[in-house]
Design a protein around this ligand. Structure first.
Ligand SMILES: CNc1ncnc2c1ncn2[C@@H]1O[C@H](COP(=O)(O)O)[C@@H](O)[C@H]1O
Ligand SMILES: [Zn+2]
Length: 344
């Protein structure tokens, strides 16, 4: 058993902050199946989708094949709008009070989709959620635009420019993600520099596989937050601790993909005990069949965290959001108030 039922109940009641969630990876299983079923006559079969979404362990390479399948199913603006709306609803139901959702804007000429229309579809989904929900005031959302590691320097720059343009629509930063075995860090540096020069914040997936040269280069660039950092040697570990860059940690994702051998072996414990800033996140709640509450419950059980430690973990996430300082303080005060209310 990964955790005791009462640990999950406690974690569900905690107000939480989600900082690392990929839109298409957070698709509901039922929605994925429904959209796949609507695509009769294409290369995607239902058994294909079912088999892929029911695996308990899925090596990283398999994960990226699954993302390709999901992307073949989510090619319309209507699908993207629906996913965005449902992801927000699921997070709000899980007591997430602030979320930074990340997604890769897609240009799919065959489907009449541009990066701009893709983003409009995401904004529509957010608007639809707020228009329909009585709990709408419960969750605040911001966006990070992702660069996929398969992209060229020019494609990445296009995404960075779009992110700057969409700042007043709630875009607060850029993310570098995608298959860690693909591409070269130097390719995307111009786009990340551009974003930073224009006042956006930058989160980078790093160390999801062992690649010490790249991880050292990423640390030297000093992103505002790092994702994963699973596969480091002793010297990189030292550099990471000295950098003090907060890390988004996704327990289920890392264990299911095999980046970390088990929950007990996860580097969460060493970082957290050493006072390094960490934020628990889901990564892909659909693909890994999880919720943020469940990730907190797994941490509570695997690392024997007290209720007070769990509350502190939820609270300190507010210090690492990509909001302006004034807004960040308001969020922190709100978390303090809500957490005061959730203590026994
Ligand atoms: C499991 N660990 C991971 N490592 C790296 N990148 C990941 C990821 N999980 C998801 N993504 C990135 O997010 C995309 C799906 O969401 P969007 O289409 O952008 O909304 C994937 O294609 C991949 O680029
Ligand atoms: Zn990720």
């Amino acid at each position: 058993m990964l955790y005791r039922p009462e640990q999950l109940v406690f974690c569900q009641a905690l107000p939480k902050i989600e900082l690392h969630a990929h839109l298409n990876g957070s698709i509901r299983d039922a929605t994925l199946r429904e959209l796949a079923a609507q695509l009769n006559g294409t290369s995607i079969s239902m058994p294909d989708v079912q088999l892929r979404t029911q695996q308990a362990s899925r090596p990283l390479g398999e994960c990226f094949k699954l993302f390709d399948v999901i992307h073949q199913i989510t090619t319309t603006c209507a699908a993207i709008t629906r996913i965005a709306r449902e992801v927000l609803a699921d997070m709000a139901a899980d007591n997430v009070v602030y979320a930074e959702l990340r997604t890769t804007p897609k240009s799919l000429p065959r489907h009449g989709m541009t990066k701009e229309s893709y983003m409009s579809a995401v904004f529509q989904g957010i608007d639809d959620y707020y228009a329909a929900s009585s709990r709408a005031h419960d969750i605040q959302v911001r966006l990070l635009l992702s660069i996929d590691r398969r992209q060229s320097t020019d494609e990445a720059l296009e995404t960075a420019r779009l992110a700057v343009q969409l700042r007043d629509k709630g875009v607060v930063g850029l993310d570098l993600s995608g298959n860690p075995s693909v591409g070269q860090w130097e390719t995307w540096v111009p786009a990340l520099d551009f974003a930073r020069q224009h006042g956006l914040r930058v989160a980078v997936h790093a160390g999801e596989v062992y690649n010490p040269e790249e991880t050292a280069a990423i640390l030297a660039w000093a992103p505002d937050r790092l994702g994963h950092m699973c596969c480091l040697d002793a010297s990189l570990e030292q550099q990471l601790l000295l950098s003090r860059v907060p890390i988004e940690l996704c327990l289920s994702s890392n264990v299911i993909t095999g980046s970390v051998p088990s929950y007990q072996d996860h580097h969460f414990a060493a970082l957290h005990n050493g006072g390094h800033s960490v934020v628990l996140c889901t990564d892909d709640s659909g693909v890994f069949a999880t919720t943020l509450s469940r990730e907190y419950a797994i941490a509570a059980s695997a690392f024997t965290l007290s209720d007070e430690q769990l509350r502190q973990l939820a609270l300190t996430a507010a210090d690492h959001v990509f909001l302006e300082p004034g807004e960040r303080q308001v969020l922190r005060a709100r978390m303090e108030q809500l957490l005061g209310g959730s203590s026994k």
